[in-house]
Write a protein that binds this ligand. Structure first.
Ligand code: GSH
Length: 226
């Protein structure tokens, strides 16, 4: 059903998760996302054909099978995958209040979790940004504060962020947390995030999530630069 123009799926260890999150959500609805295998960053996304569909030249970028829909912004692509199929009401919510809460977690995953995780990864893993200790410390502190918010939501052994079944909220949040676990959410930080650790492990056991993200890995010590 989906024929997106997307870069090849990033490995589960890269922070560019939106294609993986969409892949898991599409699979829950019985669909497969086809990834472009010949995508070359900085080349394919500069071609007139790509720019005519996606003027900003950014990825992830998605084209529907009928060619009628062109989307960028990972969150919107994931939402379309979640809404396209029999489990739509479960994944995005069956009423306005539930939909708003699930949307809140999706925004939170992108802005509070991914937004604070990305700068340290760009500095220390991808070496695409210069080392800046003050910024690194601030981002890690902001990330930890956001992760504590997830910890609070999971108190009492809750398995899902919203309701009693997996939703898009879990896929979006765990999509970022599992990358954080590999690089930033280390032994020291996880001491205060025991429910988060359990939750990430449990959600990553869900078949479609496991197929998209692989097995969870928790680092001993967070990456650093300098
Ligand atoms: N807000 C967008 C960000 C997408 C984005 O910044 N993509 C980068 C790669 S991770 C890109 O395509 N850069 C190419 C460019 O800036 O020309 C999303 O969440 O999908």
């Amino acid at each position: 059903m989906h024929h997106p123009i997307l870069p090849p799926p990033p490995s589960p260890t890269t922070p560019t998760n939106p294609p993986r999150q969409a892949q898991a959500l599409a699979a829950m609805n019985g669909h497969t996302i086809e990834f472009a295998t010949d995508f070359q960053m900085g080349v394919t996304n500069r071609t007139p054909e790509f720019l005519s569909k996606f003027p900003l030249g950014k990825v992830p970028a998605f084209e529907s099978a009928d060619g009628d829909l062109h989307l960028t912004e990972g969150q919107a692509i994931a939402r379309y995958a979640a809404e396209s199929g029999p489990r739509a009401a479960q994944l995005v919510g069956g009423d306005a209040k539930t939909r708003a809460i699930i949307e809140q977690w999706s925004c939170f995953a992108e802005q509070e979790l991914a937004g604070n995780l990305l700068p340290p990864l760009l500095m220390c893993v991808f070496k695409m940004a210069p080392w800046d200790e003050a910024r690194y410390n601030q981002c890690v502190a902001n990330f930890e504060r956001a992760a504590k918010r997830v910890e609070l939501a999971l108190q009492g052994g809750r398995r899902f962020l919203v309701g009693e079944e997996i939703t898009m909220a879990d896929v979006m949040v765990v999509g970022v947390l599992q990358v954080a676990a590999r690089f930033v959410m280390d032994k020291e930080m996880i001491q205060g995030l025991k429910e988060v650790e359990r939750y990430v492990r449990e959600i990553m056991e869900v078949k479609e999530v496991k197929e998209a993200f692989g097995a969870p890995e928790f680092c001993e010590k967070r990456v650093r630069g300098g």
